[in-house]
Design a protein around this ligand. Structure first.
Ligand SMILES: *Cc1c(COP(=O)(O)O)cnc(C)c1O
Length: 334
């Protein structure tokens, strides 16, 4: 596999660190060694996984001569924040289509990522109801811009298409270099599985590079079977783009849906506990919507003995802590 064949922008200097979380490993019990890949320290405003995805998507947008980026996300979308940041850096304009997945959840004055949309100078914010056809809504904005002689480029939710998924194929390659340099034999990788591009890229990388490391996705919005199918479909498209001989099969797509709670972005007790524990043992900030639920899943799987004693487990920290500041009420008093 040869990632360097694809056009790419660079938004991070060097590799993100891998750290061993000794205190958290002790408290989690089970004799498992927890490591973290600090993708919360990637480049662009505040870091997080979308920075890697955008390296390939923005390169494609620039090749196509785009002057404006359109993307979509929820009211506290990290993806929208980072896409806007990438557009700013490339000197392009950016429009956001915001989906109110929780009814009436959009507040123009809200803190967290919403505050940053305005600070970073978003050109247009278009708020639509939950369950809207987001691609159709983005196309409406694109048509409006085209009628003004602009050249818009649409990035799907989470940047999760075959091109975007290359970001995490590249991350898998980076990880394998680091494991070799560190003399570290990793047994499992645990990550958040949302719109699926991250899960897809890591899995295509793990299988494509023959890494022999299971990739375990913790779902945050959809039932297990729906998520598995969605990731598998994207794996196929990404494998085609990469011309992979070794490609993931359906059985390779591992998803747990036990940590979602009431639904996307709804608070769970496990998330609150995991965010507090990680902050208070390691000084690392997770987020309430993705990595907090993912860590809740990892800790529960350790407790249940899912990982044999002595194994090394890497938690992929995909970022998101900016949205903590929109959830301060949920954390007060605890
Ligand atoms: C988007 C996001 C994810 C999920 O990544 P997908 O590629 O959408 O599955 C995980 N963590 C954070 C902080 C995110 O913003």
């Amino acid at each position: 596999m040869n990632i360097s064949r694809f056009p790419r922008r660079r938004y991070t200097l060097g590799y993100t660190p891998i750290e061993k979380l000794n205190r958290l490993s002790d408290i989690a019990g089970g004799g498992v060694n927890i490591y973290v890949k600090r993708d919360d320290m990637l480049g662009l405003t505040g870091g997080g996984n979308k920075t890697r995805v955008l390296e390939f998507l923005m390169a494609d947008a620039l090749e196509k001569g785009a002057d404006t980026i359109i993307t979509c996300g929820a009211v506290q979308s990290n993806h929208c924040r980072l896409t806007l940041a990438a557009a700013v850096k490339e000197g392009l304009k950016c429009h956001l289509v915001i989906e109110q997945r929780v009814p009436k959840s959009y507040d123009a004055t809200a803190n967290g990522n919403n505050f940053l949309f305005n600070l970073l100078g978003v050109e247009g914010t278009h708020v639509v109801d939950g369950g809207s056809d987001m691609l159709a809504e983005m196309e409406k904005v694109a048509n409006l811009l085209k009628s003004q002689n602009r050249n818009p480029y649409i990035i799907p939710g989470g940047g999760s298409n075959a091109i975007g998924s290359l970001g995490y194929v590249a991350c898998m390659q980076e990880l394998l270099c680091q494991f070799t340099e560190m003399n570290l034999s990793m047994d499992y990788i645990v990550l958040t599985s949302g719109s699926g591009g991250t899960h897809t890229g890591m899995l295509c990388g793990a299988i494509g590079f023959n890494a022999n490391i299971p990739i375990i996705g913790i779902g945050i919005n959809r039932p297990k079977d729906v998520q598995r199918k969605s990731v598998f479909t994207l794996c196929d498209k990404t494998s085609d783009l990469l011309n992979l001989k070794n490609r993931p099969c359906y059985e390779d797509v591992i998803v747990f849906d036990d940590y979602i709670g009431k639904g996307y972005s709804y608070v769970t007790d496990g998330m609150l506990e995991a965010v507090k524990l990680t902050a208070r043992t390691e000084g690392i900030l997770l987020d309430p919507i993705y990595t907090g639920k993912c860590m809740a899943g990892l800790l529960d799987l350790i407790k249940k003995g899912y990982f044999p004693k002595g194994k090394n487990v890497l938690f992929l920290h995909t970022g998101g802590s900016a949205s903590l500041y929109a959830y301060t009420n949920e954390f007060t008093g605890s």
